[in-house]
Design a binder for this molecule. Structure first.
Ligand code: CU
Length: 212
């Protein structure tokens, strides 16, 4: 698995929008890199996740299905999984390991609930679907917030569509953005929030004169 690491200086959205390299990579895996009995007696040799700031890139308008598979690593737990930017349909859920051969027959494609948070049952799975029609960078994370700091999160990067209405807007000039706490010029304005510093400033000089 990949444990999500928040970038320390720039937000992923800012890095995406301004083309700042080295902040994130787009190689979030499509399927689990290692297949094992996720809800069984998991060997401790599989307990070590790979830390990374990886996003999953989506074309504008893509039909997205995500199987959220719980594991019994350390211990099973019910995780409330929340997605920013979208309401998604919960088309199925169950216990144990999701079986694509048999569990798809139980999908509710008639009147599934639409939510922005779904339960990930103890040692179980929900399956969600949404249409990626909201460009930008959207975090999906466990809302037991301490679990975010442990890495139970990932981000979708949804590309722009064709028209202006299908594309990211320019940020407002007074958008508070995350600053590099090691940058001396900025720390004088920064409020101390642990590792994160915030300051109100234009998004970037090249955007300062933009019309919105
Ligand atoms: Cu959790």
């Amino acid at each position: 698995t990949v444990s999500f690491v928040q970038p320390p200086n720039f937000s992923i959205l800012q890095a995406h929008h301004q083309g700042i390299p080295g902040i994130f990579s787009t190689d979030f895996p499509t399927v689990p890199p290692v297949k094992f009995d996720y809800t069984g007696n998991v060997s401790q040799s599989l307990w070590q996740p790979v830390p990374g700031t990886k996003v999953y890139k989506l074309k504008y308008g893509a039909n997205v299905q995500v199987v959220l598979q719980g594991t019994s690593i350390v211990t099973g737990e019910n995780h409330p999984i929340h997605l920013h930017g979208y309401g998604f349909y919960i088309i199925g859920e169950g216990f144990g390991n999701f079986n694509p051969q048999t569990d798809t027959a139980k999908f509710n494609l008639v009147d599934p609930p639409r939510r922005n948070t779904t339960s990930l049952p103890v040692n179980g799975w929900p399956v969600i679907r949404f249409v990626a029609d909201n460009p930008g960078v959207w975090l999906m994370h466990c809302h037991l917030d301490i679990h975010i700091t442990w890495g139970l999160a990932m981000s979708f990067l949804v590309e722009n569509g064709v028209s202006e209405l299908e594309s990211l807007e320019e940020p407002p000039v007074d958008l508070p953005i995350k600053m590099d706490p090691l940058d001396e010029e900025n720390t004088s304005f920064a409020t101390d929030m642990g590792n994160y510093c915030y300051k109100v400033m234009p998004f970037g000089l090249k955007n300062a004169g933009a019309t919105y």
